[in-house]
Design a binder for this molecule. Structure first.
Ligand code: NCD
Length: 316
């Protein structure tokens, strides 16, 4: 069935975990069409006209919130950004009360980011609309993994059979978890690379290879995905110093000598230049796909909004 008419079987998008390989491919195919639309001067559709999308971000965000806002507006929805710093949440309102309050305003989609793993799922149980997880604690960030997959597929023509090295602070990364689930589901060989404090051996249970030596982990990789050192989630000391961290785990041209020559470098942003990645590598237009990822982000979020509102629009 064509991607623009097929129904989508899920009410919410809480994680990659709940999606089948077919669901993922459907969203990626749908997003491909939106990439083309976004490159045209006239980008606006009326698919979601009359529908209301609320972006509720309990954690700071630049690209995710902006791209969800653009995605909703380009599809014709009314988009409201709720700023948590000025809301009743600051006055002690619970997450469930916030959910029920917003629910009473009849939104059609809620996009939620929260610092606690599982908080978005909890909120989804108290509302009638579709909920999209914009990142919950260390748990999942499904739209990031989808946009990463779309970036890889468009640049490399496939995902199956590629060797993808995900490097850095794996312990605190929801981006890594969602990517591991998605990439293994689509047949990529996934390697995790990082210091033992940020990459426990237990991660091998995901069906991936674990490396503590950067050059070993990067050998013959097609894709190198760097992660930010998430100091805000760290309780105590995980790395001796950021200088030492860069020396062993920072991505430099020297580290890239062992990868495939046409390696693609990725980073979900925000980047810490000189900590997990050398600025010149990040800016290398031949190797870095970092800005492609941002572009794909809008298209993927349009695809998710489109898919999740299909049943609602059909019933209208
Ligand atoms: C990531 C996040 O918030 O999980 N950023 C993003 O969504 N682009 C990664 C990070 O914060 O390091």
């Amino acid at each position: 069935m064509r991607p623009d008419t097929r129904p989508f079987a899920h009410r919410h998008l809480l994680g990659i975990e709940q999606l089948s390989r077919e669901d993922v491919l459907f969203l990626l195919d749908l997003a491909d069409g939106y990439v083309e639309l976004n490159r045209r001067p006239e980008k606006k559709l009326s698919l979601l006209r009359g529908l209301t999308q609320i972006n509720l971000f309990f954690e700071s965000s630049t690209r995710t919130r902006t791209s969800f806002e653009l995605a909703g507006k380009r599809l014709g929805a009314d988009v409201v950004n709720m700023s948590v710093s000025t809301s009743a949440i600051r006055k002690g309102e619970t997450l469930i009360d916030t959910a029920m309050t917003l629910n009473a305003m009849h939104p059609d989609v809620l996009v939620v980011r929260h610092a606690d793993s599982g908080a978005v799922e909890l909120l989804a149980r108290h509302v009638r609309c579709a909920v999209i997880n914009g990142g919950d604690g260390r748990h999942e960030h499904p739209t990031q993994a989808l946009l990463d997959a779309l970036t890889i597929r468009r640049r490399k023509g496939r995902i199956e059979g590629l060797t993808v090295a995900i490097c850095g602070d794996l312990l605190h990364s929801r981006v890594a978890r969602s990517n591991i689930l998605l990439l293994t589901r689509l047949g990529a060989r996934v390697r995790l690379v990082g210091p033992p404090t940020l990459l426990p051996r237990t991660f091998a249970a995901y069906g991936v290879e674990v490396y503590h030596d950067m050059r070993e982990g990067l050998r013959d990789a097609d894709i190198v995905m760097m992660l930010r050192l998430q100091t805000e989630r760290m309780r105590g000391s995980f790395v001796p110093s950021t200088r030492e961290y860069f020396h062993f785990y920072g991505l430099t041209y020297r580290q890239l000598e062992v990868t495939k020559p046409d390696v693609l470098v990725m980073h979900p942003g925000p980047m810490n230049r000189g900590i997990e990645i050398d600025g010149v590598v990040a800016d290398d237009i031949h190797r870095s796909a970092i800005l492609d990822q941002v572009e794909m982000g809008v298209a993927v979020r349009m695809a998710c909004l489109d898919a999740l509102t299909r049943a609602r629009r059909a019933g209208a």
